[in-house]
Write a protein that binds this ligand. Sequence first.
Ligand SMILES: [Zn+2]
Length: 400
Amino acid sequence: MWAMPKAKNEFEFTLQKTKGKMRAGKMTTPHGVVETPIFMPVGTVGSVKSLDSADVQNTQAQIILGNTYHLYLRPGMETMQKMGGLHKFMRWNKPILTDSGGFQVLSLGDAIAHKQEGGVKQENPGVKITEDGVEFRSHLDGSKHTFTPEKSIQIQREIGSDIMMAFDEALPDSKPHKYAADSLAKTHDWATKCYNYWEKHDRRSVYGTYQSLFGIIQGGLFEDLRLESVKHIMSLDFDGIALGGETVGYNLEGTRQVMEWVEPLMPANKPRYAMGMGMNPIDLVEGVKMGFDMFDCVAPARLARNGSLYVGELVIKDGEPVFESQFKNGRMSIGAAQYTTDDSVIQEGCDCETCKAGYTRAYLRHLYKTKELAYYRLATQHNLRFMIRLTEQLRSFILE
Ligand SMILES: [Zn+2]
């Protein structure tokens, strides 16, 4: 019987240069090359909120995220397959990374059950974690579903992403060591199952394209568990390694600590993805300094919609990149009265479509205050371009 050859060369990561722990690399996928370090906008249901795919292209995003849980519920995989996968469906011809759905089945499943049960707090209401996977209820209509490692990979094969993530249990930091250790054992078992299912399907999507699979290091805030996790994830030949958990991207001090533990054990020749990191510009600078290559976060787009716009710049001090801004966390509040007649753009010299077109702070404030739909697009364009440009600047600094 003729078997499709394993085409490992369709995914390639080349480490181009390092400076201290900082790394500049090049990642080749079936839908193009991604230069790292990189910030990846999040397109939850197949759209980066308030932007269309052409707008996203104008932010010079090289790769975007899609959410497995959301796409599985809507439009559903029957529609997805009929439309030829997510790239075709949303007219996005560049790389796409999908998460495993693990995070959402736990967090959103929780949220709906809370709502349905009158807000009475229960331990994982509506969500049941078993050895095999997670049973959960849709946050849309309460219908029951089960995700297993194999099911998660199968859905990602039907979405047709370039990079898939292994199914894991997103562990809250509050859990004690015993719970965390049991959870980690499950996550590792699931990682192996994802790996085997990926190999079984020749590492290909249902459309025949090569798909990478990244393993995820968990272990909460416990050093022994994090180290054990790096070793297990590295024992499988994943195309890339991700760092997950509640702390990563949420609490910068904690993230730095976890990165300090695991980074020395991580292989140099694989891309390193800090999941959910990139709320503030400084997070990207710190993540790169800690030796990570890929970052994503819903916050830049959400903050934009809520009136927080990034302002500031990357400067080099004593040979180190530092983010400087006159604003706390590098964010100005466009709704503030002081901008009522401010005729400057959000940031002088910014090459986003909004600043390039000359839209003033005064006009953006007006659109924000009147809740005009155009505001959401103009603000989102700026914040996403800002974060992407920041990773480009870090890359230039490493390469220079
Ligand atoms: Zn701008």
